[in-house]
Design a binder for this molecule. Structure first.
Ligand code: ZN
Ligand code: ZN
Length: 437
C-alpha cells in the first residue's frame, strides 16, 4: 500500500512492455498501468504523488483546484519536451527504474519534429486489446498508436478506432479514470465485435509502408547513427541528381510547395514525420535508407526516367491531365468504390491537386464512397438485427426470458453492446410485453 505521507512514496517497479521493439509501451500507458497495479485511479496517482514531485507550481495549483493542466498537456507526454522528460525523471525516482525514457520519442528528437506528430485523442486497435484480454496478457498502449500517421494495425490488418464501441465517446490521451483496455466513461472493454477490415489495396500499401517504417524508427537502439543534417543533404542530392537542380520540378514531383521544400533543403526546418514518409514512399526507399545511406549508392529507378529535358516534361505534364481525367472516370465505375485518398495514391497526385483540377469528379468519387460505407454499415446492422431476432424468439419459445445475457449466450457474441442493437432488443421486449426496464 502507498504511504503518501512518507517523505518519498515508492511505486512498484513494474516492467515496461516491449522495450527496444517497435511496439514499445508509451509513457502514458505506463502511468495508467502503474495506477491500475496500485489499485488507485490515474487522477490520484497524478495529483497526490506525481505532481508534487514535478516541482511545477502551476501544475500543483492546478491539481489542487481540480484543474486540467496536466491532462491537457498529456498529448506530448510521449514526446521529448520538458513535460515528458520531467515525468520520466519523477517516475524513475518513484519506481527505481532507469529505462523509462525508452517509452517516449526522446531518441528521435533530432529527426522528428513535434509539429503535427501526436494525435489529439486516443486511438487503439480493438483486436490487439481483445487478444491480450483473451490470453490474459497485460493490456497496454504502444507508443506507435499515438502518432498521427498511424491509422492501422499491421498485425490485424484493420483500422485503429477512436470512439468507444459502447458509448461512442472519444477520449483524451490521459484521463483521471483510465484503466488499461477500458473506456474511461462507460468502463466497457475497448473491443469491437466486427472490426472494419475493408482497406483497399492501394490504401493498404501506404498504411503498411507507414506502419513498418515507424515501427523500425521506434525500435532503433540509438539515433546517434543519424546526423541531423542528413535529411537536408539527401533532399539536396536528389534535387541535383534527378531534377537537374530544379526546385520547381522537384516540388511538383513530391506535391510539396516549393517554399516548404526549399526550407527543408536549407535546413531551416525539418519535414514533419508524415511528410518525410510521403517522400520516402514516393522514392520507394525506407526511412532508414533515407536517413542512413548515401543515396549515391541507391538507384531510385523510377526517378531515372524523369531525367528528361524540360520540354519533354512539359509535354508529359499536359498529357498527364488527360490521362488523370481518364483514370478518374475509370475510378468512378469501380465496384466497390474507393475513397479520394486511395484515388490520389492511384493516380499518383496529391488530393489537393485533384480537387483543384477535377472538383466534380472528386466530389462524385467521395460521395460514392461515403454512400457505399453507409450502405455497408446499414446492411451490417440489419443482419445483426435478424440474428438477435432469431435468438430472441427461440428463447421465448423455450420459455426463457430473453435477457441481454441469454441473447449473448445464444448468439455467442455480445451484440447488445452496440446502441442501435440494444434499442432493437428493447423494442422487441416492448412489442412482446416483456419489457420491465
Ligand atoms: Zn492489432
Ligand atoms: Zn465507453
Amino acid at each position: 500500500m502507498l504511504t503518501i505521507q512518507a517523505s518519498r512514496s515508492i511505486l512498484y517497479n513494474i516492467e515496461p512492455i516491449g522495450i527496444e521493439t517497435g511496439l514499445v509501451e508509451s509513457l502514458v500507458s505506463y502511468l495508467i498501468r502503474l495506477s491500475y497495479e496500485h489499485n488507485i485511479n490515474v487522477g490520484h496517482l497524478v495529483n497526490k504523488i506525481v505532481v508534487p514531485e514535478l516541482h511545477k507550481d502551476y501544475l500543483e495549483r492546478s491539481s489542487k483546484y481540480g484543474g486540467n493542466s496536466f491532462y491537457e498537456g498529456a498529448k506530448t507526454i510521449n514526446g521529448y519536451t520538458d513535460n515528458s522528460t520531467e515525468l520520466v525523471r519523477v517516475l524513475e525516482e518513484l519506481t527505481t527504474r532507469i529505462d523509462l525514457t525508452s517509452l517516449t520519442l526522446f531518441k528521435l528528437k533530432d529527426l522528428v519534429p513535434l509539429r503535427n506528430l501526436f494525435k489529439e485523442t486516443f486511438s487503439w486497435c480493438p483486436e490487439c486489446i481483445k487478444n491480450w484480454n483473451d490470453t490474459n496478457k497485460s493490456i497496454y498502449y504502444p507508443l506507435i498508436w499515438y502518432l498521427k500517421p498511424i491509422q492501422t494495425c499491421f498485425e490485424h490488418k484493420c483500422f485503429l478506432i477512436d470512439k468507444c464501441p459502447t458509448c461512442y465517446k472519444k477520449t483524451g490521451i490521459l484521463r483521471r479514470k483510465m484503466i488499461p483496455g477500458h473506456c474511461p466513461f462507460c468502463f466497457n472493454l475497448l473491443i469491437q465485435d466486427e472490426v472494419i477490415k475493408e482497406i483497399n489495396n492501394q490504401e493498404w500499401q501506404w498504411h503498411t509502408f507507414v506502419y513498418l517504417n515507424i515501427e523500425c524508427l521506434i525500435g532503433i537502439k540509438s539515433s546517434k547513427l543519424f546526423a541531423k543534417e542528413q535529411i537536408s543533404k539527401q533532399l539536396k542530392f536528389i534535387k541535383h541528381q534527378y531534377f537537374s537542380n530544379n526546385i520547381i520540378d522537384f516540388s511538383e514531383y513530391l506535391c510539396i510547395p516549393k517554399s516548404t521544400l526549399r526550407a527543408w533543403i536549407k535546413s531551416e526546418n525539418m519535414p514533419p514525420l508524415e511528410e518525410l514518409l510521403k517522400i520516402c514512399f514516393k522514392l520507394d526507399i525506407t526511412i532508414l535508407e533515407f536517413l542512413s545511406k548515401s543515396l549515391q549508392n541507391v538507384t531510385i529507378s523510377h526517378l531515372v526516367e524523369k531525367q528528361n529535358t524540360k520540354k519533354e516534361l512539359v509535354i508529359r505534364r499536359k498529357l498527364d491531365l488527360v490521362s488523370i481525367e481518364n483514370r478518374m472516370k475509370e475510378i468512378l465505375k469501380y465496384d466497390p468504390p474507393i475513397s479520394m485518398a486511395a484515388t490520389a495514391r492511384m493516380v499518383d497526385r496529391d488530393k489537393r491537386i485533384l480537387y483543384c483540377n477535377f472538383p466534380e469528379y472528386c466530389k462524385q468519387i467521395s460521395k460514392r464512397y461515403r454512400d457505399y460505407i453507409d450502405l455497408k454499415s446499414k446492411q451490417r446492422i440489419e443482419e445483426l438485427k435478424k440474428e438477435i431476432q432469431v435468438a430472441f424468439y427461440s428463447l421465448v419459445n423455450e420459455g426463457i426470458y430473453p435477457s441481454s445475457r441469454k441473447i449473448q449466450i445464444k448468439t455467442k457474441r455480445s451484440l447488445l453492446r452496440e446502441r442501435a442493437l440494444q434499442e432493437f432488443w428493447k423494442e422487441l421486449l416492448v412489442k412482446n410485453n416483456l419489457y420491465n426496464g
